[in-house]
Design a protein around this ligand. Structure first.
Ligand code: BGC
Length: 572
């Protein structure tokens, strides 16, 4: 067997710095806060940390609107704080991975400020400018991902500019070699600082079509989602191959692209030997709740249009669909590339609310999800708080939400004819703020996230007295302790890092079961996603010992609701 790379064996932990740990009392997290928690991450077995953007930014999209690609936002600290973080992390065997947001910058970036002045300045062509239609309207009917037109009029220059996301996030013009060079320089700046790789944001949107045409309207607003028009456009790989050559060559680093719109059969061009990245985040298992291909809009039939009360996303699809999506991704990365396993990130609701039936016990659900996360084939990504069993929030009014996309989603749902209550229902289920509430470190005021008097930038979840790192570290039955156990188990069983994957019981709508086989050794994971007791088939249980059970000593012939187990090799 070929020797595995560090990022294939390790676990990656995603930090949303604004919500991780505040050491200044400002109410927002900072870099020294992250440094102060490195021991916690080391103890969890984390091999690398992916930091979402910490660059200077007006924070319209919490840092995904970058105003300077080679700086640190003062709210997070200084460049010295960053250097210290890299050094201290390294001492603990933790590598830092940065987020590159290269599809767009902030409208406050010096490049854009210059570009928008007129049509002849040296950076006039750094963004995507177009004339209005003869009637003065936007060049196309494209809807931005956060809602509203993907074009904004610029009075100064007398033209529209394109933004796949918010108007404050103008798309960069990758056709211009100077733009590409400036971006590559920025990436190399961070490599020189000792970072070990990148998560590359929204990368499938960088190549625009040759011709800009109206798309078929997919909503009552007469617009077409921009992602249908610009994702994964022919020619994109030429840019990415150049990017790889210019930035990655000669470095022992790892890369994971965020890649909406790449189909499994195209993966070979994107990852692995002939590909451009090591891994690709694709979302087939995360988007089951949505209308075909839609992102951040509203749930698909049969649920769209019905009252949402009492609804959970998993009512909208069957477990077999989730399993099929996961198995397809496993198959697509079997012989080529590698799979990043994730069920949460800063854009997704909490997995305990996303993948389980209403009424599911949060703690049990969190352990069930953890077991899938840490025993599938690929690199597990843990999103902050997931290891503690964080759950969604549900604030009563849209004004309480910070997430720019939740506001867009709310407006869009109203335009589509949903009632304000239904529109709020969508926000509760899918708002990105669900993932962004502050970390819960202990049971003191504000969950120990901030020492100061300032209010945390988002309210702390009201379960913090029970769900927090300090309490859970002391409780052998907690979600955190289950993570520790699984991480240790994964370390001791090479089947989990290097073995093959095979789905079992594919017809079951209750249980996700799969085997991980290496040579003669075969581990079997079984996870009950339902609230029923399930009797497992003999082929799975006969002659096999239960090596791990989330029900501990009580594990018996019948799988309890939400129970997760790992069986050992058959001894018959
Ligand atoms: C990031 C989002 C961000 C968007 C625009 C993404 O896909 O993960 O958080 O809002 O790109 O940069």
């Amino acid at each position: 067997m070929e020797k595995q790379k560090w990022w294939q064996k390790g676990i990656i932990y995603q930090i949303y710095p604004k919500s991780f740990m505040d050491t200044t009392g400002s109410g927002t997290g900072d870099l020294p806060g992250i440094t102060s928690k490195l021991d916690y991450l080391r103890d969890l077995g984390v091999g690398a940390v992916w930091l979402t953007p910490v660059y200077p930014s007006p924070m319209v999209d919490n840092g995904y609107d970058i105003a300077d690609y080679t700086g640190i936002d003062p709210s997070y600290g200084t460049m010295e704080d960053f250097d210290r973080l890299v050094t201290e992390a390294k001492k603990r065997g933790i590598r830092i991975v940065m987020d590159l947001v290269f599809n767009h910058s902030s409208d406050h970036h010096a490049w854009f400020l210059e570009s928008k002045k007129d049509r002849t300045n040296p950076r006039a062509d750094w963004y995507i400018w177009r004339d209005a239609k003869p009637n003065g309207s936007a060049p196309t009917n494209w809807r931005s991902i956060f809602g509203g037109s993907a074009w904004t009029w610029c009075e100064e220059r007398g033209q529209y500019y394109l933004h796949t996301f918010a108007p404050q996030q103008p798309d960069l013009n990758w056709e211009n070699p100077e733009v590409r060079r400036a971006l590559y320089d920025a990436a190399r700046f961070w490599l020189d600082k000792g970072v070990y790789g990148f998560r590359i944001d929204a990368i499938t949107y960088i190549k625009k079509p040759m011709e800009f045409k109206d798309g078929k309207p997919d909503g009552k607003d007469g617009m077409a989602g921009v992602h249908f028009m610009t994702a994964n456009t022919p020619g994109i790989l030429d840019f990415l191959r150049e990017f790889r050559r210019e930035v990655f060559k000669g470095h022992d680093l790892f890369s994971v692209g965020e890649a909406n719109g790449v189909a499994p059969d195209e993966l070979k061009d994107w990852v692995g030997e002939r590909g451009v990245f090591d891994m690709l985040f694709e979302f087939s298992h995360m988007l089951l709740s949505f209308q075909e291909g839609e992102v951040w809009c509203y749930p698909r039939e049969p649920l769209a249009g019905k009252p949402l009360e009492g609804w959970t996303p998993s009512d909208g699809w069957k477990l077999t669909e989730l399993k099929r999506a996961l198995s397809a991704s496993q198959a697509a990365t079997r012989d080529n590339g590698w799979y990043p396993i994730f069920f949460e990130n800063h854009d997704q609701p909490r997995s305990v609310n996303h993948f389980f039936p209403k009424g599911a016990d949060t703690k049990k659900a969190a352990k069930a999800m953890a077991t899938v996360l840490l025993t599938l084939r690929g690199t597990p990504f843990i999103f902050q708080g997931q290891e503690l069993g964080f759950a969604n929030v549900g604030w009563p009014s849209i004004e309480e939400y910070n997430d720019i996309s939740s506001h867009g989603q709310y407006e869009f749902a109203l335009k589509e004819g949903f009632t304000p209550e239904q529109a709020m229902g969508f926000v509760h289920l899918f708002s990105r703020d669900n993932a962004r509430t502050p970390m819960q470190w202990d049971a003191t005021v504000n969950a120990g996230f901030t020492s100061g008097k300032a209010k945390p930038w988002l309210p702390v979840h009201d379960d913090y007295a029970v769900v927090n790192a300090e309490v859970e570290a002391r409780d052998p039955d907690s979600v955190l302790s289950w993570y520790h156990k699984l991480v240790q188990f994964r370390r001791e069983h090479q089947e989990l890092t290097a073995g093959d994957y095979e789905e079992l019981m594919p017809e079951s709508e209750e249980v996700y079961a799969f085997a991980r086989t290496l040579g003669h050794s075969r581990l079997i994971t079984v996870v009950n996603f339902s609230l029923n007791e399930v009797k497992l088939p003999e082929e799975i249980t006969r002659g096999r010992a239960i090596l791990l059970s989330s029900h501990g000593e009580e594990a018996g012939a019948v799988l309890h609701p939400l129970e997760a187990r790992v069986y050992g090799t058959c001894q018959d």
